[in-house]
Structures are given as structure tokens and as C-alpha cells.
Design a protein around this ligand. Sequence first.
Ligand code: ATP
Ligand code: MG
Length: 197
Amino acid sequence: MSDDKYKQRMQRKKDHIDARIEQANIDKGIIVLLTGNGKGKSSSSLGMVCRALGYDMKIGIAKFLKGVQDTGEDAFLAKQPNVQTAFMKTGFTWDTQDKEYDTAMAIETWQKAQDYLEDESIDLVVLDELTYMISYKYLDEQMILDTLNNRPKYQHVVITGRAASQSLIDIADTVSEIKDIKHAFRADIRAQKGIDL
Ligand code: ATP
Ligand code: MG
């Protein structure tokens, strides 16, 4: 391709992108849903937390299904004055195998999440591993959808977890499915600090 032709093509591309950017002029709180079987959902949510912290935004994180091990981000977030956290006091369901207890813990954590979702001073709410609370029927889906719909207009929400329900997909503005192509764990490599926890 000649230099001129290349220039023309790039200019057309730039014009098109500029026009699209011009058109996207709405500001509102958005819901980002990160689902799928691949690694990178919760860590991506923390990437957005990091971005928001850079603007001194206020953040609420509710972690459903907190693992047994403490993570690097738990230690980091505990030092952030702009971050509030609520951790569900239970491991994975196959550890406890006590549905009543797990449900009670899910409801307790949801109540804190609900406080964040009603608080106009909180700019970003992360609902980590929320999808399981719906699929295991620990929490009522309609109650979650109503709270999300009634949250402050400019508040952003990030939801993570595998197998998101259709209603969550419908209510979200941005949905990404992370595909599992390969995972180190299947080559017997244990969870690594700074990468997996
Ligand atoms: P991360 O927190 O690393 O972003 P995630 O939120 O996408 O992962 P989860 O299902 O919440 O995935 O699992 C959390 C932990 O399990 C992490 O240590 C992660 O590396 C590991 N993991 C994620 N996906 C897989 C997989 N497909 N196979 C094995 N382990 C996985
Ligand atoms: Mg996760």
C-alpha cells in the first residue's frame, strides 16, 4: 500500500472513531459484569478499584465466598482510607456444607453491600463472587436487582463470578466473559502470591 493510501485509510478510521467518541456523551453509573471460567475476574475488579483510588473516589467492596487464605489485596485494601470492605465469614460451600449457616452469612454480607448501594458518597461498589449467591439461592435475585436499580445515579458497580444469570447480564451495561484457555493449576502449579492470591 502506498503511503498516501495508508494515510487516507488511517484518516477515515480516525474520523469514524472521533465521531463515535463525540456521540458517547452520557455520564452515568454503570454496572460491569465479569463472568466466565477463566482467571481474571476478581483481579480485574481490583484494577478498577486501583483506577478509582487514583481519583480519590470512595469504594465499597463486598466479597462473597471469601476464601480461607488472606490475599495480597486484603492487606493492601486494609491500608486504604477510601475503601470499606465486607467479607462473608465463610469459606467455600464445600468446606462448610451447611446451607443455613452459609445463607445467614450471605445475608449479613448483602446487608453491608446494600448499605454501600444506598450511599451516595460511595462511587464504586464491587460485589465479588456475587453470582454464586444467586445460583446457590443464598440471596433473592429480585432483591439484588431492585437494589441495583435504585442505587445512586452516578455510582458504578462491578460484579464478578462464574455463570452469571441472564437477569444480571440484562441489568449490566458492560459484560465480559473470561474464557479459560489454560490455567497453571492444571499443570500442578499451586496458587502463587501476587498472581492468584
Ligand atoms: P482472579 O482472582 O485470579 O482474578 P477469578 O476471580 O477470575 O480469578 P475465581 O473463580 O474467583 O476466578 O477463582 C479465584 C482463584 O482461583 C484464583 O486463585 C485463580 O487463579 C484460580 N482460578 C481461576 N480460574 C481458574 C481455572 N480456570 N482453573 C483453576 N484455577 C482457577
Ligand atoms: Mg474471583
